[in-house]
Ligand binder design. Sequence first.
Ligand code: COA
Length: 373
Amino acid sequence: MSDELYRPGLEGVIAGESSVSTVQGGLTYRGYPIEELAERSTYEEVAYLILYGELPKADELKAFRQRLASQAAVPGAVIEMLRHVPNSAPLMDVMRSGASYLAHWDPDLDDTSPAARLRKAERMLARLPTVLAAKHRLRQGKEPVAPDKHRSLPANLLWMISRQEPSERLVRALDVSLILYAEHEFNASTFTARVICSTMSDIYSAVTGAIGALKGPLHGGANERAMEVLSEVGSVDNAEKWVRQALAEKRRIMGFGHRVYKQGDPRAAIVKPLCAELAQEVGEMAMETIAETIERVVLEEKGLRPNVDWPCARLYYYLGLPIDLYTPLFVVARVAGWSAHFLEQAASNRLIRPLSRYTGPDRRAFVPLEERH
Ligand code: COA
């Protein structure tokens, strides 16, 4: 066995094949550059593209949207479960439990055909936003808002969260962020989903595991931590000093750096101008200046550029969303990618079971209990 094959964190290792997306030559989903998808399509179109491999025709999109809208209501028992979850529970934990719990009411649970797996993926896509909005309202002592069949997925999500009519600009901002969060080849949570699939387990288990992986601050959890950085810095005057000190203390600035994108995350470049527009609309231009200063100093000191979580955190802040909804929104979007990877893995499965390089003691003789001192 060759040690040369060992790479900590599997860095640079090709761990499987995928036709869903690639980061080579810029990020593309099924061949389409994300810049064009973000500018010219919607999250629902992109979710369809990711799941089915092609952009939907008008009638296919209509039918897809209808299927999502008609399945957005969750079983009453799921709402009851959410009532019993402590209000202090982190919303990412609620999403993880929600994904797992939804499985019990899925009529296709045991059907492993590709068509049934797509139906299950669509149900999760439709229902996880409802789980998020419902628990957010319940913990505020408010009743959940029923999903509205006539709204798009992002418009409905904002509606179910606040019961207020969101402006078109806010809906579009959320829509773009969901497009950019929808898929990203072999990231940690997607790889988790594929490992679970490779044991011939089910899609709900894969998504539940993936949510657990996404929660961590080195992955999806970074968007919430990025907002905490901005709050901690507090003012433009404090920004430069704060960053230099944090870096001197070897702290990681959340929202910066990336395992693959060393010259900048293309998704961050798309969200940044949206942040500037929204900041203007909601009177938060100082926050943009703080972010700008932090970006400059982190680049000067460490040569690191922002990843998608850095501007998305501000975008969600300007949308008026509480910080602990940020990573759950990532879940809402990424279910599309996780599901597509599940289907792809299942279609040509091989158990994912690598080796470890052993670093423990040499082989030794067993010592009976009475002789151990
Ligand atoms: N803040 C400060 N320093 C950082 C950093 C950050 N956000 N990200 C990386 N670095 C530093 C490391 O400390 C290391 O410095 P050193 O060489 O002086 O020890 C160097 O940059 C290389 O980092 P490394 O951890 O090897 O890179 P990686 O490929 O493993 O890291 C991340 C990728 C994403 C885990 C890392 O950049 C990070 O922790 N970022 C913050 C969390 C985040 O935003 N995650 C969302 C990703 S989309």
